[in-house]
Design a protein around this ligand. Structure first.
Ligand code: AMP
Length: 291
């Protein structure tokens, strides 16, 4: 086992042709492939997906690509943290087999531009979809493009981005991919703050304060039996109104499959609470299971 760690060297592939050749040889050798798409700036949340993929597949491939079409604000795209050297180090430590770092020219050749028409349907109309127009179309397009190149058996996504996960499941079905989508639990800081690449753009003080997002969601879980949805929404609004450094963008309670808003918790079997808040100009999202 120790030898394996010492000998391990994650292969970094940037060229599309090299990646396609690699996949052909892996498939010819009968290897199962687990795929973890990321935007980079990796943290333990991403690495938990790599770990799970390694447990379930012969070969784990992680892509690092800051996909321009899923950013609805140019500034957010430009300021997105890019830490490729550190990412390669972390993936090597995690014994990931292959890192794919494609170029935009290879990901968006003219011949596949029409893929941007992928419909994300009603699932993409609420919450993140409503506040980030075009975001999920961009996500669905790039994930489909990656699936066409990597041909994974399993692909791993975090519940941190629960709506994205639901949309990927739907698109995978819709486009008939023979790929199993595996959902992985949200990894949190000790404070409860959901890990996110965006957290690195927060000051230490804001990062500390941002723990209140999960605290608030946890209170919602506890209060669900004593409050109506309307009262829970009012509770969350007041929670953030009391802290001027925060701006609450949305708080929703929805059922987890179709993400339709829940109007009465007593009448639904399962529900999740979803939130987006701004602090120091950074947008943070989180969600928890309510029942
Ligand atoms: P991103 O680089 O933000 O696109 O994230 C890549 C993948 O990692 C997505 O499937 C995310 O849902 C997942 N992810 C990001 N943060 C976390 C976290 N804190 N816990 C679990 N998964 C995460």
């Amino acid at each position: 086992m120790q030898n394996q760690i010492i000998d391990h060297k994650t292969e970094v592939i940037a060229s599309l042709t090299d990646m396609q050749n690699k996949i052909s040889s892996l498939k010819a050798a009968g290897k199962s492939i687990g795929f973890v798409p990321t935007l980079g700036a990796l943290h333990p949340g991403h690495l938990s997906l790599i770990k799970r993929s390694k447990e379930e597949n012969d070969i784990t491939i992680c892509s690092i690509y800051v996909n321009p079409t899923q950013f609805n604000k140019k500034e957010d795209l430009e300021k997105y943290p890019r830490t490729l050297k550190e990412d390669i180090y972390l993936l090597n430590e995690a014994l990931c087999n292959i890192i794919f770092t494609p170029s935009t020219k290879d990901m968006y050749p003219e011949s596949v531009a029409s893929n941007l028409d992928i419909s994300v349907g009603d699932l993409g109309k609420t919450m993140e979809g409503a506040h980030r127009p075009g975001h999920f179309e961009g996500v669905a397009t790039i994930v489909a493009r990656f699936f066409d190149i990597v041909h994974p058996n399993n692909a791993y996504f975090g519940e941190k981005d629960f709506q994205q996960l639901s949309i990927i499941k739907q698109v995978t079905k819709q486009l008939n991919y023979d790929i199993t989508i595996i959902s992985c639990p949200t990894i949190r800081e000790g404070s409860g703050l959901a890990m996110s690449s965006r957290n690195s753009r927060l000051s230490n003080a804001a990062k500390k304060k941002a723990a209140t997002i999960f605290e608030c969601l946890s209170k919602v879980v506890l209060l669900q039996d004593t409050m109506s949805i309307k009262e829970l929404k009012e509770f969350v609004k007041e929670h953030f109104n009391a802290m001027p450094e925060f701006e609450l963008e949305y708080f929703e309670i929805a059922e987890p499959t179709h993400l339709e808003p829940v109007s009465d918790l007593a009448k639904t079997q399962s529900a999740r609470a979803f939130i987006a808040v701004w602090i120091e100009g950074i947008r943070l999202i989180d969600n928890v299971k309510i029942k």
